[in-house]
Write a protein that binds this ligand. Structure first.
Ligand code: HEC
Ligand code: HEC
Length: 505
């Protein structure tokens, strides 16, 4: 009953205050309506947060969002215009010259996602930037795109230097960038043209310059070359560690991009090159920092989709004709004897007493730069990540004393080999270090099915120059994984048989 009374009272009040014939009152209401409508419009315009989505899981992996654009995203039209504005900071024509891959009909390269947020379209890297590449059978062949393999052609350091260089240049201003955007026939309205984008240029410049300062350590490192990144020194940047005060031996940790198929069967294994983390989901969330996604900005639904796909994503089979059955048989026996305990029974069966555990550095003897780049202090700090987010909080990072025995699925696509990518082919890895190539080129996607790896004795293709990898540079050593247990003392026929068998992985 009280309800009815209140309703009536309200209605009476309403009657009393209605706008009968009063002009100013009507105007006031109209104004109020206008303000409300503008509010709603602004809310939609600047409050919308929607990523471009994809039906197919592989498309989602290649172009879907991790949430990174929310905080780290570059405004789409600035991204598009910069290769013209700062062309001289690129090694060649456009983003493709950094080793990014453009599929037909796409305006963004593989590994770049798009989201409408804070009133404009923003783009940033996703997992596929570092975990997808092309393979060509011959220089004339159509490139085949393979999701989940290491991005051998992506030169991430050149990518960083392009943005850092351009942001520090006087040309990074609304005066220069806006006309370049207009020249691309961008669909900017007046608010975009005169308010949103000029402001976005200034904000992006400040953001990139801040990152440039924090990532200063890379300016003092030998060039990574394509297909590599210093993972954990970059992670230290999250905590704003003063890297100029860090011990010199922890400052060179360039490592090869790994393949990331078959994560379900990797659950519980000590992985990352040094085996510093046993939990698949935590490795993924850690990787998400590389895509700009932080605890509050991570798009959980989207990352879960990628995570689920990765659980059973399979590596593609060897495509270069039938394998020699007799050689495979012989090779499998050698493999079982020497390698299976550490690397698993086969490319599909990962069982083996030591798979997913760490071999001490003194025993494995490979370059220790990456191992030393990961420190106990970093591990401790990482355990603060996602604090306040329930069981998402990191708790599995540990300092180890060597490198991990990982499964070898899709091995043929994982060249160059070892954690620093210092050995160009599988056949070379079976030689003692003194007989492995001292220098070779990285960044070509044409395949060498004989030695099993990418062609690495070609300096350039057209305009595109490849990177000369020098194993004598700090962090690049090709030593280790040698001696009887590692097959390097086998006779040549046995090595050939072993390589034939490993093609089946
Ligand atoms: C900037 C490049 C880059 C991006 C982006 C990136 N990764 Fe990685 N990822 C790496 C590198 C390098 C490693 C090896 C780390 C190490 O041990 O030094 C790695 C390791 C991994 C591993 C562990 C592999 C193993 O078996 O040891 C997984 C799983 C992984 N990444 C998944 C992802 C996912 C999922 C994403 C997207 C959320 C992602 N990565 C984004 C570069 C990248
Ligand atoms: C005692 C354990 C152990 C044995 C035995 C062993 N390996 Fe390894 N293997 C490792 C470790 C540890 C690494 C990582 C080393 C690094 O990257 O610094 C590795 C790396 C590799 C890689 C590089 C993988 C990649 O993605 O780059 C290949 C290929 C490989 N081993 C093949 C073999 C073969 C073939 C045999 C047998 C002839 C063998 N290994 C024997 C421990 C072992």
């Amino acid at each position: 009953m009280t309800g009815t009374t209140e309703t009536r009272t309200y209605a009476e009040k309403g009657d009393r205050k209605s706008c009968h014939g009063r002009m100013w009152c009507w105007l006031g209401s109209l104004l109020l309506l206008l303000v409300l409508a503008t509010g709603v419009w602004l809310g939609i315009r600047f409050g919308t947060d929607r990523a471009v989505t994809y039906q197919d899981d592989v498309e989602h992996f290649k172009y879907g969002s991790t949430g990174g654009e929310r905080e780290s995203g570059f405004p789409y039209w600035i991204w598009r215009a910069l290769p013209t504005v700062c062309a001289d900071y690129l090694p060649g024509e456009g983003y493709a010259s950094l080793g990014m891959i453009f599929e037909k009909g796409k305006d963004l390269p593989v590994g770049v996602s798009k989201r409408r947020v804070t009133g404009l379209d923003r783009v940033f890297l996703n997992c596929a930037a570092c975990h997808t590449n092309t393979v060509r059978d011959t220089p004339q062949s159509e490139p085949r795109l393979i999701a989940g393999m290491p991005s051998n052609t992506l030169n991430l350091l050149a990518f960083e230097n392009f943005f850092f260089g351009c942001a520090a240049d006087a040309r990074f201003s609304p005066d220069q960038i806006l006309p370049a955007i207009e020249a691309l026939n961008a669909d900017l309205d007046l608010i975009d043209r005169y308010l949103v984008y000029p402001l976005a240029v200034l904000l992006m410049r400040d953001q990139v310059l801040m990152l440039k300062k924090r990532f200063d350590f890379v300016a003092h490192q030998p060039a990574w070359g394509p297909g590599r990144v210093d993972t954990f020194n970059s992670a230290k940047v999250i905590f704003n560690f003063p890297l100029d005060k860090a011990a010199p031996e922890e400052l060179i940790g360039a490592s090869d991009f790994p393949s990331i198929w078959n994560q379900r069967r990797r659950q519980g294994m000590q992985l990352h090159w040094d085996g510093n983390n046993t939990r698949v989901e935590e490795r993924n969330r850690s990787a998400a920092f590389g895509t700009g996604a932080t605890p509050p900005t991570l798009d959980r639904e989207s990352i879960r989709r990628t995570e689920n796909w990765l659980l059973d994503a399979a590596s593609p089979a060897w495509p270069y004709g039938a394998l020699n059955a007799a050689l495979v048989e012989k090779g499998s026996n050698i493999y079982r004897h020497y390698c299976a305990e550490c690397h698993g029974a086969s490319g599909k069966d990962f069982s083996g007493a030591r798979v997913g555990t760490v071999v001490p550095i003194k025993v494995i003897g490979t370059d220790r730069g990456r191992l030393d780049s990961y420190t106990r202090v970093l591990a401790l700090n990482q355990s603060m990540l996602y604090a306040g987010y329930g069981d998402e909080r990191f708790s599995n990072f540990r300092k180890t004393n060597g490198y991990a025995n990982m499964p070898l699925d899709g091995l043929w696509l994982r060249a160059p080999y070892l954690h620093n990518g210092s050995v160009p082919t599988l056949r070379d890895l079976l030689e003692p270090a003194v007989r492995r190539p001292v220098q070779f080129y990285r960044g070509y996607d044409v395949y060498d099915p004989v030695r099993v790896g990418f062609v690495h004795n070609v300096a350039a293709e057209g305009e595109r120059r490849f990177f000369l990898y020098d194993t004598q540079v700090a962090g690049n050593s090709n030593q280790g994984h040698e001696g009887r247990a590692y097959g390097t003392e086998l006779p040549d026929e046995d090595k050939e048989a072993l390589v034939e068998f490993l093609k089946s992985f």
